[in-house]
Design a protein around this ligand. Structure first.
Ligand code: GLU
Length: 316
């Protein structure tokens, strides 16, 4: 097996499977795996030693290793898809309601919102994601179902579903998100009743999908905005914009370290999943539920770091 180390010689897709197998073997030997999120009780029971990883080519061919077909809680990974679905509908008008700068603060922080007049820094912190979901709700009448339908179609898996127990657990422990919603509503930056928005947001975060599903569903970002069936969701610039925001804001307040180590647009969630994009080449999803102190999967980050090192595939 030839594993590429030079960006000048990009790997052929056939080398993906041996690379994944090698990464899984390395991860298996790693002792520390972090801790599953416990602020959503329904997520706390996950075994941090679970690990899966998938790579999808733009034509829909998918490779995987470990628990790559095991559904897990997608959580904040869904923020990429709601952003794409809303941008496709309302275009640049969205940017009057949410910014595009890294926040440097934890994902559920309230502090910046007050001195920035209820306009969240970016669509991937919770405040920004609430704004995007609110706007998608206005556009579609059911943001979570619109998202679920999109994920089912792009992944080719019509079994994808919302875990209602997780959604209920989030709602029960969702005071911070409720505070963010009400605070932005006070600034006139939320259209829908806050309880409706929160219900949509918690249901969105509680969609379960596997690494294979999510690697495939992210494919439109590797195909510069083109969906799995060949139709266009986003124009090329919009796809570039989303990839850029993933790179700068996609991994909580660790986006700088993620860019340094992995060098790809990525988005993580507290369920332990991370998606990543090699524009024009492939998409990845890795899952392992143990998180570091900033909310990113420990093994997931390590695996993506190894993938870009072994293959030379990165945007740099
Ligand atoms: N549903 C979670 C929350 O709003 C998502 C957090 C995340 O994955 O970053 O707290």
């Amino acid at each position: 097996m030839a594993i590429m180390t030079s960006p000048a010689s990009l790997p052929s897709p056939q080398t993906f499977q041996p690379v994944l197998d090698r990464i899984a073997a390395e991860i298996e030997k790693t002792p520390g795996r972090g801790r599953p999120a416990d602020y959503i009780p329904a997520l706390a029971a996950c075994d941090p030693r679970r690990f899966g990883m998938a790579v999808a080519e733009p034509d829909g061919t998918v490779y995987g290793v470990g628990d790559w077909r095991q559904p897990f809680s997608t959580q904040s990974i869904t923020k990429v898809f709601t952003l794409a679905l809303d941008l496709a509908r309302e275009g640049d008008a969205l940017w009057e309601h949410v910014g595009r700068e890294p926040s440097g603060n934890p994902f559920n922080s309230l502090v910046q919102l007050e001195y920035e007049n209820g306009i969240p820094r970016n669509p991937f912190i919770n405040a920004g994601a609430l704004v995007v979901t609110d706007r998608l709700q206005t556009q579609t009448g059911d943001a979570a179902e619109t998202l679920l339908a999109f994920l089912r179609t792009e992944s080719g898996n019509d079994q994808l579903s919302i875990n209602e127990d997780v959604a209920a657990s989030e709602a029960k422990h969702g005071d911070r998100n409720a505070a963010l919603g009400h605070f932005m509503a006070a600034y006139g930056n939320i259209d829908n009743p806050v309880p409706v928005l929160l219900d949509q947001y918690f249901r969105q975060c509680s969609i379960e999908a596997s690494c294979a599903d999510l690697a495939l569903a992210t494919g439109f970002l590797a195909r510069h905005g083109i969906r799995a069936d060949g139709s266009r969701l986003l124009d090329r610039s919009q796809a570039k914009h989303i990839n850029a925001i993933m790179l700068t804001c996609g991994t909580y307040d660790a986006a700088g370290d993620f860019a340094y180590r992995v060098g790809l647009p990525g988005k993580s969630g507290v369920g332990g999943g991370i998606i990543a994009v090699v524009p024009g080449h492939c998409t990845l999803c890795v899952w392992s539920p143990g998180l570091d102190e900033r909310g990113n999967s420990v093994a997931g980050l390590a695996a993506l770091d190894r993938f870009t090192t072994l293959t030379g595939l990165s945007v740099f």
